[in-house]
Ligand binder design. Structure first.
Ligand SMILES: Nc1ncnc2c1ncn2[C@@H]1O[C@H](COP(=O)(O)OP(=O)(O)OP(=O)(O)O)[C@@H](O)[C@H]1O
Ligand SMILES: Nc1nc(=O)c2ncn([C@H]3C[C@H](O)[C@@H](CO)O3)c2[nH]1
Length: 217
């Protein structure tokens, strides 16, 4: 089964993915950030590079979904394709960094490719407030993110809230990224591990009972 890990920039997706990989033995697939040849340019000049950067992330995300084989193991996906479209690209269109014509092309590309899209078996959202995100982005220290406008992050956060609350394709779990420091604090780590393993167990039980019933609910 595929479990999507979602959340804003710096929310802790890669950290949580690697914790779950280490402690629960799940398989992890990380976001292709360093491979995106447009990302640095995008942060320097959003107008010029927004469309290219979005298209790159979109193709990479489909590439992952095409290659990944669901063989009964738990595979974690660090950020989902829905976030590219519903949050990042939508926001850039709303901010007029992607014009109507490019937005239509991007969206048509997504719609055409998404005919073969299977939603994840579960979705884990790391929810963080703006001050936490800013602190974490600073802590990580990626050069090209150093000048991210807090208002840009806040817009993304609002879209995350709205998208996650209406997402109904899979069971969902919220991890409180403000309260739980699963990077440095062993007790918080334990809480998160319990939350996630309970969530995944429930999904697996649901999947099994569906199989047992021949798919009837
Ligand atoms: N729950 C947490 N408590 C404290 N620090 C955290 C927590 N989660 C992540 N961090 C720290 O915040 C920084 C960003 O985390 P991480 O790279 O995992 O975020 P991300 O969501 O994968 O970001 P991106 O969207 O940019 O890929 C790292 O320095 C990490 O150590
Ligand atoms: N514009 C844009 N669209 C995306 O779909 C997208 N997905 C990730 N990112 C950026 C955020 C982090 O800097 C960095 C790591 O997540 O990459 C994106 N940026």
């Amino acid at each position: 089964m595929i479990i999507g890990i979602c959340g804003n920039i710096g929310a802790g997706k890669s950290s949580l993915t690697s914790l779950l990989q280490k402690e629960l033995g799940f398989t992890a697939v990380y976001e292709a950030v360093d491979e995106n040849p447009f990302l640095e340019d995008f942060y320097r000049d959003m107008h010029r590079w927004a469309f290219h950067s979005q298209l790159f992330f979109l193709i990479k995300r489909f590439d992952f979904l095409k290659k990944v084989k669901d063989e009964g193991t738990v595979i974690l996906q660090d950020r989902t394709i829905y976030e590219d479209v519903e949050i990042f690209a939508r926001n850039l269109h709303m901010m007029k960094y992607i014009d109507e014509r490019d937005w239509k092309l991007y969206h048509d590309t997504f719609t055409t490719l998404s005919d073969h899209l299977t939603p994840p078996s579960g979705l884990i959202y790391i929810k963080c407030s703006l001050p936490t995100l800013l602190k974490r982005i600073q802590k990580r220290g990626r050069g090209y993110e150093s000048d991210i406008d807090p208002r840009y992050l806040e817009r993304l956060n609002n879209l995350y809230e709205e998208w996650f609350s209406r997402f109904e394709l899979s069971p969902k779990l919220v991890v409180d990224g403000d309260k739980l420091d699963f990077v440095e604090n062993p007790e918080d780590r334990k809480i998160v591990l319990e939350q996630v393993s309970g969530f995944v167990k429930n999904i697996a039980t649901g999947v099994q009972s569906k199989l047992f019933n021949g798919g009837k609910t």
